[in-house]
Ligand binder design. Structure first.
Ligand SMILES: Cc1cc2nc3c(=O)[nH]c(=O)nc-3n(C[C@H](O)[C@H](O)[C@H](O)COP(=O)(O)OP(=O)(O)OC[C@H]3O[C@@H](n4cnc5c(N)ncnc54)[C@H](O)[C@@H]3O)c2cc1C
Length: 422
């Protein structure tokens, strides 16, 4: 007899869990409170532009992608390796000379980063190439800053390149995040490429939803689960429209909601946020060679990304689409006008040879909870997908680490646990 399972939340973790559960022969229903699936990975159309929710990228080196996604169907558009280090009146490319021969000369002669630091980067890369992804999350831990100091990197390298680049990945420019996140993403960046789908990051979520539905899962959007009542033989799932008894529940919401629905105190609820602003630009492109611009001279904005140079489908006509991401404690309260003015001034300082009069703000995404906080050691006490062995299971990046990879892996593991137990 097939078992009835409810998945609460249609983010990446919930959608992956639903597909594996349906593949395993269970009768699965996903409840998603929003009208669209995807959770933190969504895109929208705005005046012909594609705007992702915040600046996000797909690292094709993530091991879960091969199992969960049809990358070819996503029509990925690729960034070139590395970044442009920018400060007033100066822009220089720092790439990966092993994978980007065209930028090798610029990289080797880049004066923002010393030759010794370039050699140390290659040594870290060799070290991580010899380790498996699974082993990286259980290695000894420290902050990214301490870890790189132990490797002997200079403070200049940390502030000119690592702070804006990995600050952009961890949303923490102080580099106080767990070095496990650095190692995992560094290895994924070295093993694969950085990309966005031609239709926006939301295409990832739509594809996962299609795959789950094709496997037999039902996805109900616009309906929130308000309460779970575990009983001896079943769990009652209460939604804002209905209630039903099911054999098991996979809670795949963001951590704060998961903690409330399950009462599990091990779920980490601290988060880091950011603000991403989108702009339309007329005139010549920024010519970064499909790379993001890192702010080495100041902290705001942390990065500026010429998205439509990487993925022309993101823009319309001859216009370009740029985004800028702002980090830090007070950024969520800073006005959109002030943030736009900072981006405008920064671009004028970086490109003194041209004008940015045509730069127009499109939208501002304020995201209070983008990732769960990952100080050193946090991964040692994350909850298991089996929520104390009851009929409730947990799926979500917070059972692994905060990323697309972590969310997908967690969804798969939660589904496997349900199938194994039932
Ligand atoms: C701005 C930003 C930048 C990021 N950059 C990257 C990046 O470049 N690379 C990377 O790997 N990761 C990145 N991440 C992290 C990554 O997006 C997340 O870790 C991942 O998407 C989390 O997926 P999830 O399924 O665990 O949770 P969520 O995406 O939070 O999904 C939870 C779902 O549950 C639903 N829900 C909540 N409560 C209820 C309820 N009561 N009933 C029904 N449904 C409910 C929500 O609406 C949501 O759809 C970024 C995140 C953000 C926001």
């Amino acid at each position: 007899m097939s078992r009835s399972i409810v998945v609460v939340g249609g983010g990446l973790a919930g959608l992956v869990a639903a597909r594996h559960l349906a593949d395993g022969g269970t009768d699965v229903t996903v409840y998603e409170q929003h009208e669209t699936v995807g959770g933190r990975v969504r895109s929208r159309k705005h005046r012909g532009f594609i705007l992702d929710r915040g600046f996000q990228v797909l690292l094709t080196g993530y091991p879960a992608l091969e199992r969960e996604l049809d990358l070819e169907a996503l029509e990925l558009r690729y960034f070139n390796p590395g970044a442009v280090i920018a400060r007033p009146g100066q822009r220089s490319v720092l790439s990966d000379p092993l994978r980007d021969p065209l930028a090798a000369f610029e990289t080797v002669t880049n004066t923002e980063v010393s030759f010794s630091d370039k050699l140390r980067t290659l040594a870290v890369r060799r070290d991580l190439a010899g380790r498996s992804f699974e082993s990286l999350l259980s290695r000894s831990d420290s902050s990214i800053r301490e870890y790189l100091r132990e490797w002997g990197f200079s403070e200049r390298y940390l502030s000119n390149f690592i702070a804006p680049f990995y600050g952009g990945i961890t949303l923490d420019r102080s580099l106080g995040t767990s070095k496990r996140v650095f190692e995992y993403t560094f290895k994924a960046l070295s093993d694969g490429r950085t990309a966005v789908p031609a239709d926006g990051m939301g295409a990832i979520s739509r594809q996962l939803a299609d795959r789950a539905e094709k496997a037999g899962a039902e996805i109900v959007t616009g309906e929130a689960v308000t309460e779970l009542k575990p009983k001896r033989r079943h769990t009652t799932v209460v939604t804002d429209e209905d209630r039903r008894a099911v054999d098991a529940v996979v809670v795949a919401t963001q951590p704060s909601v998961a903690a409330r629905l399950t009462g599990n105190d091990d779920i980490p609820t601290d988060g880091v946020g950011c603000v991403t602003q989108y702009y339309r630009l007329e005139g010549p492109p920024l010519k970064t060679g499909k790379r993001l611009l890192l702010n080495a001279g100041d902290t705001a904005p942390n990065t500026i990304v010429p998205l439509s140079e990487v993925a022309p489908e993101y823009a319309t006509g001859d216009d370009h689409l740029l985004n800028a991401t702002f980090l830090g404690e007070n950024v969520l309260e800073t006005s959109s006008e002030q943030l736009a003015a900072q981006t405008h001034q920064t671009l004028e300082a970086w490109y003194p040879e041209r004008s940015f009069e045509s730069l127009r703000r499109l939208e501002t995404d304020r995201i209070p909870f983008a990732q769960f906080g990952q100080p050193p050691g946090v991964h040692d006490s994350l909850p298991d997908v089996r929520d104390g062995g009851r009929r409730t299971y947990l799926a979500g990046e917070y059972t692994e680490w905060s990323s697309i990879q972590g969310a997908m892996e967690s969804g798969r593991k939660a589904a496997e646990a349900v199938l194994e137990d039932r």
